[in-house]
Ligand binder design. Structure first.
Ligand SMILES: [Zn+2]
Ligand SMILES: [Zn+2]
Length: 350
């Protein structure tokens, strides 16, 4: 099999030829048909996150060992199954759930493997989908696509379920009032579409890039506001008929988090999703005075991913713009994403 591996953080991925995997036990090997290039791949590729104040969270310190094949938005066709697998068949087209935990701790047993303290996530801790073949440790992580297009569906495994889970954390208010969505990259466009599919009132989107704002409007956003404008706060307020009660920050920088928090009305909720980096910009007394809730959301769990696939199968999730590129373009795709040249999602196709 041919894989594109991270051999040194931040360097060009290495085109690696390896022996084809043979599944044992519960394992399943899939032939990759689509591998989404996600913004978090940039952090995984570069080896860390900026915690602000000069501090860094390095993946090396968190036990991530190289070489490693990137890619956690993978869809493909089952190529071979281990002897214990009885619920999946060769030839089935599936989405791969990548947020795998230890499987035995309380968090995993409660169904939140994405929050496990001993993660085995595909494309982060174990080899992922920037490859023509992928070993999935258990068939339960394979969700049949049943007619959905693998290229269009691959991003549901990360950007899709991440935004779906973040929107769910806002509760029923999303059906009554618009949500402030900061960031209109791949995640933001997905958020606008999924909010619509969830019968949401709509999204007021903020992005500093005009092309991203145009894409958000095309995806159905109520308004798209330049977050770098001096009057951003006023323009956000003007886009809401009632003061904003629900916001999602898909960027996660000090300036976006500040803008989202400052836009919130009393009793509002901000869900932090983006991993851009930096330290919290909020004034502590304003958190109680506003009675604000600030919640974090990290990917989504297996059952949320199944719910999202059902939603997509119902036809309610419109596709975000996708640029198909050959697998061999993996490094260039990451460079393009880093330089902000990508609108929508790049999906690698082996
Ligand atoms: Zn991702
Ligand atoms: Zn666990």
């Amino acid at each position: 099999m041919r894989s594109y591996q991270n051999v040194e953080f931040g360097h060009t991925l290495r085109d690696t030829d390896m022996l084809d995997p043979k599944p044992t036990g519960d394992e399943v090997v899939i032939a990759v048909k689509a591998a989404g290039v996600c913004h978090s791949d940039l952090h995984i590729w570069e080896g860390g996150f900026d915690l602000g104040g000069g501090r860094k969270l390095t993946l090396k310190d968190r036990g991530v060992q190289l070489p490693l094949t990137l890619g956690h938005e993978t869809a493909g066709e089952i190529l071979s199954i281990g002897p214990n697998v009885t619920d999946r068949q060769v030839g089935e087209m599936c989405l791969v759930y990548p947020w795998i935990g230890c499987g035995v701790c309380r968090i995993c047993r409660d169904g939140h493997e994405n929050l496990c303290m001993k993660p085995r996530c595909l494309g982060i801790h174990c080899d992922g989908g920037y490859s023509d073949q992928l070993v999935v440790p258990h068939s339960k992580y394979l969700l049949p696509l049943e007619g959905l297009d693998p290229v269009a569906s691959a991003p549901l495994a990360c950007s899709g379920v991440t935004t779906y889970s973040a929107l769910k954390k806002l509760g029923s208010i999303i059906r009554d009032e618009p949500v402030l969505v900061i960031g209109a990259g791949g995640l933001g466009l997905m958020c606008v579409s999924i909010l619509k599919a969830m019968d949401g009132k709509g999204a007021v989107v903020v992005d500093i890039d005009e092309r991203h704002r145009d894409a958000a409007i095309a995806a159905g956003a109520i308004a798209a506001i330049d977050g770098a404008g001096p009057d951003a706060l006023e323009r956000i307020a003007a886009a809401f008929s009632e003061p904003c009660k629900a916001a999602i920050d898909l960027v996660g920088s000090p300036s976006t988090a500040a803008l989202a928090f400052d836009s919130l009305a009393r009793g509002g909720k901000l869900v932090m999703v983006g991993l851009f980096g930096g330290a919290a910009p909020w004034s502590l007394p304003l958190i109680p005075m506003k009675a604000a809730t600030i919640a974090g959301s990290y990917t989504g769990n297996l059952s949320e991913t199944k719910e999202l696939l059902d939603l997509a199968r119902s036809g309610a999730v419109p596709n975000i713009p996708i640029q198909k590129r050959p697998l061999s373009d993996a490094s260039e795709a990451l460079e393009g994403l880093k330089a902000g040249r990508v609108v929508g999602r790049v999906v690698l196709t082996p």
